[in-house]
Ligand binder design. Structure first.
Ligand code: ATP
Ligand code: MG
Length: 410
């Protein structure tokens, strides 16, 4: 019998978790999914998902009786999210999928843990643990597959993917995060490849959210490369399918202690081409913040010279914007074969990171005080003075600029 020792798994014994288990009748609530899988693999546990024999209404009543707040986040699929001290816990009633269309399922609830396991994606994600840590493996394959690092679908891969094409991307997400150099399950890979066109049926939000998770893995290069060679990458990221660019970025991150950043990684896989990037952002329905960053990167036309003088470089950072310059430098540094040039790009990046662009010392008020009438004329003069200030390497101070103003205002 496999057991997770709560003494060594602090996440099993938080006050929040204890309160949750107390709210449910004995043996009707179990840990499931990522937390059990990761604990058994010996890697960090992220969110904690739970499964319950109680039907959604009864889950709600149990939480209510225990005065635990909850939100019916996915009630039609049996998911209620309990919220304790602001922390969410997804509790899903045991269920089977009775009807599927490749995107979503019509479900019915069951009391049977084994039936619930059958509707989960991978064998290693269909493991349950009770409050004491006893692990249950209804498919009989999950524990062995974790030991062997075998990423395998529950049941027949082809059928399971046709029920929900997102499972293709989930497969690569788990491979990216935990797969290391693991040998691939041939039938899983074949089914992913053959069903790749089904990815088109999914909503943009689900696809983008999953892509971000893949790209957030410590090193997703291998998984992404396998997606490329199996023509799956092309299906979801036709505008950013340079897997080689990604491995170069990961190498740079390691060298320069840069935290994994899915957007930067996406840029490393794309050409700096405004139209393509605009299309990509739109198709995947990215947030306005994400779109803004990616498009600013692809649209930026300011010249950057890693060998330039400090003054010139500050000027381009000022004009280009800090974030854009940092992103552009990192992409260039990652793609550069010449180690010396690559280091130069990183120096420019460091300069941008460490520099706070100064505020232009004059305002409209100063102009008025000098007798300039508001309107286009004032705008033009301000622009001229600003250009002068930038050319000075931001050293021209208020006094000097006021003097210049007097001269041009004569
Ligand atoms: P993570 O550690 O990243 O949260 P996870 O395995 O817990 O990984 P979740 O998305 O939180 O993934 O889902 C929880 C569990 O629900 C999964 O482990 C899996 O058993 C099941 N699951 C989630 N999405 C699907 C899906 N599309 N098809 C089948 N099973 C799924
Ligand atoms: Mg989870």
């Amino acid at each position: 019998m496999t057991r997770l020792n709560p003494e060594q798994n602090a996440w099993m014994r938080g006050d929040d978790i204890s309160a949750l288990f107390k709210a449910f009748p004995d043996n009707t609530l179990r840990f499931v999914g990522g937390c059990v899988r990761n604990a058994l693999m010996g890697v960090e546990v992220g969110d904690i998902d739970l499964a319950s024999q109680l039907k959604p209404d009864d889950v709600a009543s149990a939480l209510k009786a225990a005065e635990i707040k909850y939100v019916p986040t996915g009630i039609e699929h049996g998911t209620i999210t309990a919220v304790i001290d602001g922390k969410p816990f997804e509790i899903t009633s045991l269920r089977k999928d009775v009807e599927t269309d490749g995107r979503r399922a019509v479900v019915s609830f069951t009391q049977d843990w084994a039936e619930d396991a059958q509707r989960r994606d991978l064998t290693m994600n269909a493991l349950y643990a009770d409050f004491d840590g006893t692990v249950f493996d209804p498919t009989g394959q999950g524990l062995d597959d974790i030991k062997a690092m075998k990423f395998r679908f529950v049941g027949e891969a082809d059928l399971r993917i046709k029920e929900d094409y997102l499972r293709i991307l989930r497969y690569f997400r788990f491979l990216a995060w935990y797969g290391g150099a693991a040998k691939l399950d041939a039938s899983a890979l074949k089914a992913c490849r053959e069903n790749r066109s089904g990815l088109k049926k999914l909503s943009a939000e689900r696809v983008w959210s999953e892509i971000k998770k893949i790209l957030s893995a410590p090193d997703p290069s291998r998984a992404v490369h396998i997606m490329l060679t199996n023509e799956i990458l092309e299906e979801v990221l036709p505008e950013a399918s340079n897997a080689e660019g990604l491995s170069r970025m990961v190498k740079l991150e390691r060298r320069e202690a840069i935290k994994p950043d899915p957007l930067l990684r996406l840029m490393s896989m794309a050409a700096r081409e405004p139209l393509q990037m605009a299309l990509l952002c739109k198709r995947l329905k990215m947030s306005s913040k994400e779109t803004q960053r990616l498009r600013a990167w692809s649209d930026s036309s300011v010249a950057l010279d890693p060998h330039g003088e400090n003054k010139e470089q500050l000027k381009s950072i000022y004009l280009g914007g800090k974030t854009v310059v940092i992103d552009r430098c990192r992409i260039r540094a990652a793609g550069e074969d010449d180690a010396i040039v690559s280091t130069r790009w990183m120096s420019l990046c460091d300069l941008a990171m460490g520099w706070t662009p100064p505020e232009f010392p004059l305002s409209g008020k100063d102009m008025k005080a000098a007798g300039v009438k508001s309107g286009p004329q004032m705008g033009k003069m301000l622009e001229a003075l600003k250009a002068l200030w930038i050319r000075s390497g931001f050293t021209a101070d208020r006094e000097k600029l006021l003097m210049a103003l007097k001269l041009i205002n004569r």
